[in-house]
Design a protein around this ligand. Structure first.
Ligand code: NOJ
Ligand code: CA
Length: 703
């Protein structure tokens, strides 16, 4: 990690004039931040290319039992500095990341009888703004309880937004696209299919929030480095379009317990008039601390298969007694049919063999451990011990068998929300994984949280997720978390945190009304801004009626769009989700999944518009091979792919996997055409995408 500090200039000022505005520009000058005190309260505005994009917006805190905190602040110190450095992530979308910003660090002192100090640090990047609060060590403020954070984002008009409703327990809603003024009304019709939801009534939305103004400026509001603090939702004033921060509370209504010195997560605002720049931004990663893991040898991006889809389709069960699948009941974990246990030794061997034969690194096994008879919806503490296998699952032997074939079992730890129980068993469970040689775990937090009264997004749980990641790092274990708080770039600091769900995954297509065709064109602009998602792409059998004749559920894409998702939805771990038999029946299309990489030296966002389409090209790590994916929403469209990203003067053989002329997500979703062609950096290729469709391309240099 090479750090080139271009220059650091600091100057110390005692600013007497309240109305004085301090300005900080982005390195390219296109973004301008202004900060000032108005009647002793800090406020900021943000402009992009000369247009205001955030009007005067509040900053600060309400601290419990400290009513005079923040009374008539004055600026006691102000420092500016610049950073321009490069660093290399352990894995990622690009090999080298540039971290370039101008910083303002503003120290404020209030006029309480015993004065308090608050520092606000602003970093202005070419892609946007990040700012956070710091409570320095001081005489009159030590342990505090945050009653409210007063941050707001005062938008300039009734913009178009892509959003999910505010909720302290789930982020698994389908996206809404609306005007800001329509949020409260639309949120009333929210999806009732999500089991553990704690909706906030009113005009509340979650972050990452995607925004587009009438004059074509894109913005994204989120946070970075969520550590020891609750997650932030936003409350809109539907007449002023001001979004104010709402922190997830704890069981007794407090927001955060802090002790100085302390700093909050960064509040982030991405701004650009090009949607592609929002997707390519590394600002959130840059605002996280460098890796705390020195030896990253055990951290390996991979594709994985698993005993997983069987249960979501209802053709096998998690539990030994054969009653718990997600089949015909809206995902409530129960089925009326008696089926068979999925995680048996015999079945697991089949998946290990399939992974080994096709070059996939992992085999996820769900339902291997005792407890599943009793896991769903009970809000019960003592369900799983995370170490005891069912009698038909040879945990030791299977791990050995997998290792002998160069594959690793991905151990599943579903907590059913009983986090106290998981905390008790974590060390024992991770030690067992080490002993058997399982290098990765998938955790899960389905259900209401224990300790009772805590929410998935509160400070207590944020601390748990982070503790689980850092403890797993102590044991050299990679983590994929389902149902956690939404990611905020912490994988820079803990690169063993590979991916999270934290949004509506593909699973909803198997047991609910599912994900509309536009869903995957929105995810990169929202949830994935904070970090990789374990979406589980790659479904070849699109309609569930293939297995259960009267089933209405289906995946809302074509087969080719499922291929494209390996490129457009970034993650260093990607599930090869469908049943082995479905891949073996379509070997030619399966070839793309075998070929596609999971770690990259370069990424180019070629085309993008939230809710409509995305096309992305990525260069596989350490090779000259490129993979390109394009997806559309419910509208068929034609895309022109400009191959100018290829190395000049080189010829590449490309394989195009595209929707057949008669394909559509609802009509003929599995129809595809495969073509080969030679291209160079001068080629421009027109490709037709079906309704709900997509295409995938592999490009290998010609010898
Ligand atoms: C929900 C997760 O998203 C899914 O992947 C998992 O199979 C079930 N919970 C059971 O843990
Ligand atoms: Ca889930």
């Amino acid at each position: 990690m090479k750090k080139t500090l271009l220059f650091v200039c600091a100057f110390f000022l005692i600013l007497m004039v309240h109305a004085q505005t301090i300005q900080v520009n982005s390195p390219d000058g296109k973004i301008v931040l202004n900060v000032q005190l108005v009647q002793g309260k800090p406020v900021y505005t943000l402009a992009y290319k000369g247009k205001t994009v955030i009007e005067e917006s509040t900053l600060g805190f309400k601290i419990k039992d400290m009513p005079d905190f923040g009374n008539a602040f004055t600026i006691s110190n102000s420092e500016k500095s610049t950073v321009n450095e490069n660093w290399n992530p352990a894995w990622g979308e690009v090999k080298t990341i540039t971290n370039n910003y101008n910083q303002l660090s503003l120290t404020l002192t209030d006029n309480a009888t015993k004065p308090h100090t608050l520092r606000i640090v602003f970093r202005v990047f070419n892609e946007g703004l990040g700012f956070r609060y710091e409570f320095p060590e001081q005489a009159n403020l030590n342990h505090i309880i945050v009653e409210d954070e007063l941050t707001s984002f005062n938008l300039t008009a009734d913009h178009k937004i892509w959003w999910i409703p505010g909720d302290f327990d789930t982020n698994e809603y389908a996206y809404y696209t609306s005007k800001i003024s329509e949020v409260a009304k639309m949120a009333q019709k929210r999806d009732g299919n999500i089991f553990t939801a704690t909706p906030i009534e009113g005009a509340f939305v979650q972050t990452p929030l995607m925004i587009k103004s009438a004059d074509g400026i894109y913005m994204n509001i989120h946070e970075a480095a969520l550590i020891n603090y609750p997650c932030m939702d936003l409350k809109f004033d539907e007449t002023t379009f001001n979004a104010s921060s709402t922190l997830a509370p704890d069981a007794i209504g407090n927001k955060a317990y802090l002790r100085a010195p302390f700093h909050t997560p960064w509040r982030t605002i991405n701004v650009s008039d090009d949607a592609r720049t929002i997707l390519a931004s590394k600002m959130i990663l840059n605002l996280n601390e460098p890796s705390k893991i020195d030896n990253t040898d055990y951290i390996k991006p991979m594709k994985y298969v698993g005993i997983w889809l069987e249960m979501h389709l209802g053709i096998s069960t998690w539990d030994y007694s054969g009653s718990q699948s997600a089949s015909d009941s809206g995902g409530d974990g129960k089925t009326t049919k008696k089926t068979k246990h999925g995680a048996t030794t015999e079945n697991t061997k089949k998946y290990i063999d399939f992974a080994a034969a096709n070059g996939f690194g992992g085999v996820l096994v769900e339902g291997w451990n005792t407890g599943w008879e009793d896991w769903f919806g009970k809000w019960k503490e003592d369900v799983f011990d995370f170490v005891t296998p069912y009698p038909d699952y040879d945990v030791k032997g299977l791990n050995q068998y997998a290792r002998s074939k160069g594959v690793s079992i991905i151990t599943h730890h579903e907590t059913s929300g009983s986090v106290t129980n998981y905390e008790r068993y974590m060390d024992t469970a991770y030690r067992q994984m080490n002993a058997y040689g399982s290098v990765a775990l998938k955790s899960g937090y389905v259900g209401k949280i224990i300790p009772r009264g805590e929410y998935h997004d509160g400070q207590w749980m944020v601390n748990h997720y982070n503790r689980a990641i850092s403890k797993a790092a102590d044991y050299h274990i990679m983590v994929v978390a389902h149902e956690p708080v939404r990611p905020t770039g912490i994988h820079r600091t803990y690169p063993n945190f590979m991916a999270a769900e934290a949004a509506r995954g593909q699973e909803f297509n198997f047991w609910s009304e599912g994900n509309p065709p536009e869903h995957e064109t929105i995810l990169p602009f929202t949830r994935i801004m904070g970090g990789p998602m374990d979406y589980t792409p790659g479904i070849f059998k699109i309609k569930k009626s293939h297995y259960i004749p009267d089933a209405k559920e289906q995946v809302h894409t074509t087969l080719c769009k499922q291929l494209a998702l390996y490129v457009t939805l970034y993650s260093p771990v990607q599930m090869v989700t469908d049943l082995p038999e479905n891949y073996l029946a379509k070997q030619d299309a399966f070839q793309f999944i075998k070929d596609v990489a999971t770690d990259w030296d370069d990424t180019k966002i070629l085309l993008a518009e939230p809710g409509d389409y995305i096309a992305t090209a990525r260069k596989a790590k350490g090779t000259s091979n490129w993979f390109i994916g394009g997806i559309t929403d419910e509208n068929a469209r034609e895309m022109t792919i400009d191959f100018s990203f290829l190395e000049k003067g080189k010829k590449y053989e490309i394989t195009i996997y595209k929707d057949a002329p008669n394909a559509s997500w609802d009509g003929n979703p599995e129809a595809y055409v495969i073509e080969k062609q030679t291209v160079t950096s001068k080629t421009k290729l027109k490709i037709k995408l079906a309704s709900g469709g997509g295409f995938a391309i592999s490009a290998f240099p010609k010898k």
